[in-house]
Design a protein. Structure first.
Length: 115
């Protein structure tokens, strides 16, 4: 019985979703990959979507404004605390949620000062 790699993608840790070359794809609840032509949005973004996009854009700008050493500290702290996210993602989470408690916990665990 012949099997293609696509049938075993979930076993290999490969979960297809997103846009690629004019196609949109996702994996449905039966673990089948669904492909369809990419379509433009039918409605303009809502005010809430624009606010969220601006917040993420501002967090990215704040990350770029950090010194190389500060960015390295965020990366090192995420690794040392064994977070399942990168230092950039941890920084973005902090900027979006204002969760100083989480940052202080990571600082205490790692001994690296972040804020």
């Amino acid at each position: 019985m012949a099997h293609t790699v696509m049938k075993f993608q979930h076993v290999l840790g490969y979960n297809v979703q997103g846009d690629l070359g004019g196609l949109t794809t996702y994996t449905n609840k039966n673990r089948r990959v669904v492909w369809f032509p990419q379509m433009p949005p039918l409605k303009p973004p809502t005010e809430e979507q624009n606010q969220q996009r601006d917040a993420i854009r501002n967090a990215a700008a704040d990350w770029r404004a950090l010194t190389v050493g500060e960015r390295t500290n965020w990366r090192d702290a995420a690794n040392k605390a064994r977070l399942r996210i990168t230092g950039y993602n941890f920084f973005t989470y902090w900027k979006l949620k204002n969760d100083d408690g989480a940052v202080h916990t990571v600082e205490r665990i790692t001994g690296i000062t972040l804020i």
